[in-house]
Design a binder for this molecule. Structure first.
Ligand SMILES: Cc1cc2nc3c(=O)[nH]c(=O)nc-3n(C[C@H](O)[C@H](O)[C@H](O)COP(=O)(O)OP(=O)(O)OC[C@H]3O[C@@H](n4cnc5c(N)ncnc54)[C@H](O)[C@@H]3O)c2cc1C
Ligand SMILES: *[C@@H]1O[C@H](CO)[C@@H](O)[C@H](O)[C@H]1NC(C)=O
Ligand SMILES: *[C@@H]1O[C@H](CO)[C@@H](O)[C@H](O)[C@H]1NC(C)=O
Ligand SMILES: *[C@@H]1O[C@H](CO)[C@@H](O)[C@H](O)[C@H]1NC(C)=O
Length: 507
């Protein structure tokens, strides 16, 4: 308690300093109450801390993967348990201050910028992992990263669905559905939720299960979860690692002239939703002047579970297209992220770099002329706007059998019928390029949409730019919209969770 008291004094004096530094914007209500130290600090556990701008921990807590979509934070509350989360939410409610839970810091939807002078609830200390005795479930703290889940399960010869990047939060992806290499076998990350412990907008801690008193909330947490609460822990289904757990990897770099042949082949790999369950790939279009000074190039990596080499038919077909470079690896699942450059320390895990905006669109298959048109538009735009020259297009092909096997109406995730995640990723360094970046991304996405033959635009909420219509992310069915809005009214009527593709509460 001694340490708590000193924390309170330290915190409150720092808050005054912050306020004196001009934190007096009219939308900040922190300035109305100079008591976050004594007022909140005294209610937090000994492991919790409060940080203000200027502190090194504050900088770490607020560092972002992308400058686009960064919330504006005045105070960081580093919580150490679920009660700290609940107390912080109640405090923020009493003082009418916005709050936002932050874990991996990789969210980059534009609506996060609507957090002004907010309290960041920094979740990273909620990092406990406990595998059940029976070994078919595990419970993870709300602040674990994907890598924590992968490594802890691997050590017990277990696995479950996670995102593919080590350093994103585990729950950030999961609450929007959650795509990853194992989804063809086990479904989306959120399809594997068994129960969740959630702090809702009223600051109450609730146990959320498919059949308990908050079963309607369970439905919402599987796809629209960022709108409904802060998950302090989640119990997930886990699975035995099959065989000896070896994964195979192969990557190929192609010049642009191979584009048509590559996507014709990938349409056969995708096989109308029947891509082999153990196989996943990523394609990227990007400029790499060493390989082709004039045009963007095409890279693809393929991963396969429970195999030491990529399926011979797939590998040979890609080699037959004539790559400029190729590379192969085999090893444990825990090595996959280093082959794909999604590991800790990789550029994908870096913070404080450029601004990035994704313009996601789900597809069922590739229309070849459309692939060419989008590629050419990327080539043209990155040449004409040097500030956008690092922009890319990502095309993710995961298998979907177990995703499709789940009844569409059973969760808030709306896009089970889709097969491919395609995203122009517009990258810029200078704020003056923000408007051109938004325009360029929309232009590229429109090309894919026009060529899709679909009237509806389907966008993965976790990749969204924040400019999309709600139905593109949460589904066009009127029943989904009214169900989500009714749940919003029930659990978050004043839109406290209003910063990540926010859903309006029913009137
Ligand atoms: C390099 C990279 C790789 C990616 N790979 C994948 C992938 O493989 N699969 C995939 O599905 N998505 C992927 N994504 C997208 C990812 O789902 C989103 O960027 C997600 O928002 C990241 O979560 P975070 O915790 O890292 O970010 P944060 O910015 O910390 O949080 C993002 C949002 O999630 C909320 N949130 C985080 N934790 C909790 C919690 N415990 N309870 C309630 N709300 C919470 C935050 O409040 C915020 O609104 C990737 C993104 C990047 C940048
Ligand atoms: C901030 O993060 C970096 C990188 O993870 C780490 O090395 C450093 O110790 C952190 N700083 C503080 C004050 O925790
Ligand atoms: C929040 O905005 C203020 C100006 O309104 C700025 O001075 C501050 O650096 C911003 N904080 C963060 C963490 O971006
Ligand atoms: C950003 O772009 C503007 C306009 O082109 C330019 O004047 C400015 O110097 C650039 N800023 C940086 C940091 O490059």
């Amino acid at each position: 308690m001694v340490s708590m008291k000193s924390l309170s004094i330290w915190a409150s004096s720092l808050l005054y300093a912050t306020l004196l530094r001009g934190c007096s914007a009219s939308d900040s209500h922190l300035g109305d109450e100079h008591d976050i130290g004594p007022g909140l600090g005294s209610k937090l556990s000994n492991g919790a801390s409060i940080y203000f701008p200027g502190n090194a921990e504050f900088s770490n807590a607020t560092a972002r993967w992308s400058g686009y979509g960064a919330p504006n934070i005045s105070v960081v509350v580093e919580v150490a348990n679920q009660w700290d989360v609940a107390e912080t939410v109640k405090y923020a409610n009493r003082h009418h201050v916005p709050f936002i839970a932050i874990n991996g810091g990789h969210g980059n939807i534009g609506t996060l910028e609507n957090v002004h002078h907010g309290i960041e609830i920094w979740l990273h200390k909620l990092n406990a992992v406990a595998i059940s005795d029976v070994g078919n479930t595990a419970t993870f703290g709300g602040g674990v990263l994907s890598v924590d889940v992968i490594n802890a399960l691997w050590a017990a010869n277990k696995q479950t669905v996670t995102g593919v990047c080590d350093c994103t939060g585990f729950l950030g992806p999961a609450l929007g559905g959650g795509h990853g290499y194992l989804q063809g076998q086990y479904g989306l990350i959120s399809d594997n939720f068994v129960s969740l412990e959630v702090v809702t907008a009223d600051g109450e801690l609730r146990i959320v299960t498919p059949t308990g008193p908050n079963s309607d909330l369970f439905w919402a947490m599987q796809g629209a979860g960022h709108n409904f609460g802060i998950v302090t822990s989640v119990t997930m289904k886990i699975y035995d690692v099959p065989g000896d757990g070896t994964w195979a990897f192969e990557s190929f770099t192609f010049t642009q002239d191979k584009l048509e042949a590559l996507f014709e082949y990938l349409n056969t790999v995708g096989d109308d939703g029947n891509q082999a369950v153990d196989l996943a790939y990523w394609v990227t279009f990007a400029r790499e002047e060493d390989v082709d000074p004039a045009n963007p190039i095409i890279t693809i990596f393929v991963v396969q579970s429970n195999a030491a080499t990529i399926d011979a038919e797939v590998s040979e077909s890609l080699h037959d297209l004539g790559p400029v470079v190729s590379e192969a690896h085999a090893g444990p699942y825990t090595s996959v992220s280093s082959w794909t450059e999604f590991n800790l320390g990789s550029r994908a895990c870096g913070k404080g770099g450029p601004s990035m905006i994704r313009f996601p669109i789900n597809l069922k298959q590739y229309d070849i002329p459309t692939q060419r048109a989008a590629f050419n538009a990327l080539a043209k735009g990155t040449l004409e706007h040097p500030g956008l020259q690092h922009s890319t297009i990502m095309l993710e092909g995961y298998s979907v059998q177990a995703v499709k096997a789940v009844d569409e109406v059973s969760s808030a995730y709306a896009h089970r019928a889709d097969h491919l995640l395609v995203s122009p990723v517009i990258i810029y360094m200078n704020e003056t390029d923000r408007a051109p970046a938004l325009e360029f991304g929309d232009q590229l996405r429109s090309i894919f949409h026009a060529g899709s033959g679909e009237s509806e635009l389907h966008a993965y909420v976790n990749y969204a730019a924040g400019t999309e219509a709600l139905e593109t992310m949460y589904g066009y069915e009127p029943w989904r919209q009214s169900k989500l809005s009714a749940l919003k009214k029930k659990y978050d009527p004043t839109n406290r969770f209003g910063f990540y593709a926010p859903i309006p509460a029913a009137r």
